[in-house]
Design a protein. Structure first.
Length: 299
C-alpha cells in the first residue's frame, strides 16, 4: 500500500470520527452557537432530516404490519364466531319449523279421528322448471302402504306411491296417475280430480264435472274444490284447491283446471291415513228403548 493511500485512509477515518463529534458538540451547545457550530448544523440538518424520515418510515411500516397481524387474528376470531352463530341460527330455525310442522300435524290428527302416522319429508326431487315431482318420507315398509292418503292441515297432498326399505315416495295430486273424488260445495257438482303432469306447474283438472241443467249451478273461476269422501280414501271436506280456468263447457259437463291448495315445495311434514274414517252411525241420534227380558211384555 502506498503512502498516499495510507494518508487518504487515515484522513477519511479522522473525518468520520471528528465530524460526528463536532456535530454532537454543536447540537449540545448552549447559548449562542459559534460560527463553526452554525455551519455544521446547516450542513447536517438536511442529512438528519433524511435519516429521520427513513427511520420513521421503517418504523411506521413495522407498526402497520404488527397492527395488520393483530387485525387478521381478530378477523379470524370474528369469522369463527360468525360461523358458529350461523350454525346455531340454522339449528334454531329448523327446530322452530319442526315445532310448527308438529303443531299442524296435531291439528290434522284432531280433525281426522282415524289411524294415522306422522312423517317427515326428507327429499323432494325437482323438475328442470324447479317444480317438486314427488316427496320422499321417512316412513317405509311395515309403517305405510301404497295408495294410502297423505294430507296436511292445508289439504290433501297425494297418495303413497312406492314403498322401499325405511322410505316411501308420495305421488302428488299433480301427478298424471293421481285421481281423487271431489265435489264443488257451491254448485254440488262432482267429479274426479286428476293431475295434469306438467313440469312447470302443480295444476290439476276435472274433465267430466257433472252439473245440473240450471244456469245457477255453472262453476266459476275461484270456486272451491273439496274431497267428497267417496271410497273413503280421503276424508270428506278437505280443501283440495280452487278452479283457476274453465277449459270447456258443453252444457251437461264442464272441464276445468284446478290449482291445488297445498304447495309441495313448502311441505315439511305430513300425516298418512292408515285407515279410512269409519262411516257415521245412522242411528246415533235415535233414542233406543230397552227390550223386555226374555221377550216378555209388562202387564
Amino acid at each position: 500500500m502506498t503512502l498516499r493511500r495510507r494518508l487518504l485512509d487515515w484522513s477519511l477515518a479522522a473525518v468520520l470520527v471528528i465530524l460526528p463529534a463536532l456535530v454532537l458538540r454543536a447540537s449540545m451547545a448552549r447559548g449562542t452557537p459559534s460560527g463553526l457550530d452554525t455551519a455544521l448544523l446547516r450542513i447536517t440538518a438536511p442529512l438528519e432530516a433524511g435519516v429521520s424520515w427513513v427511520v420513521e418510515g421503517i418504523g411506521g411500516v413495522w407498526s402497520r404490519y404488527v397492527a395488520l397481524v393483530d387485525v387478521e387474528d381478530e378477523n379470524r376470531e370474528l369469522r369463527a364466531d360468525n360461523e358458529s352463530l350461523r350454525k346455531q341460527l340454522a339449528v334454531m330455525t329448523r327446530r322452530a319449523f319442526d315445532i310448527s310442522a308438529l303443531e299442524d300435524l296435531a291439528v290434522v290428527k284432531h280433525q281426522n279421528p282415524v289411524d294415522t302416522v306422522g312423517a317427515r319429508v326428507i327429499g323432494a326431487p325437482l323438475s328442470p322448471q324447479l317444480r317438486v315431482l314427488r316427496l320422499r318420507l321417512d316412513r317405509g315398509e311395515g309403517e305405510v302402504l301404497p295408495e294410502q292418503a297423505v294430507i296436511t292441515s292445508a289439504g290433501p297432498v297425494g297418495r303413497i306411491g312406492t314403498v322401499f326399505g325405511p322410505y316411501a315416495d308420495v305421488r302428488l295430486l299433480s301427478d298424471p296417475d293421481s285421481t281423487i273424488d271431489v265435489v264443488l260445495p257451491r254448485t254440488g257438482g262432482i267429479g274426479k280430480l286428476k293431475g295434469l303432469g306438467r313440469p312447470d306447474t302443480y295444476a290439476c283438472w276435472i274433465r267430466w264435472l257433472d252439473r245440473s241443467a240450471t244456469a245457477d249451478t255453472k262453476v266459476q273461476v275461484g270456486d272451491e274444490v273439496v274431497t267428497s269422501g267417496v271410497h273413503g280414501d280421503f276424508p270428506a271436506g278437505l280443501l283440495a284447491g280452487k278452479i283457476s280456468k274453465i277449459l270447456r263447457d258443453d252444457g251437461m259437463f264442464q272441464e276445468v283446471e284446478v290449482e291445488p291448495t297445498v304447495d309441495p315445495s313448502r311441505v315439511r311434514a305430513v300425516m298418512v291415513l292408515l285407515a279410512p274414517r269409519p262411516p257415521a252411525d245412522p242411528d246415533a241420534k235415535v233414542k233406543k228403548h230397552s227390550e223386555p227380558a226374555f221377550g216378555g211384555r209388562p202387564l
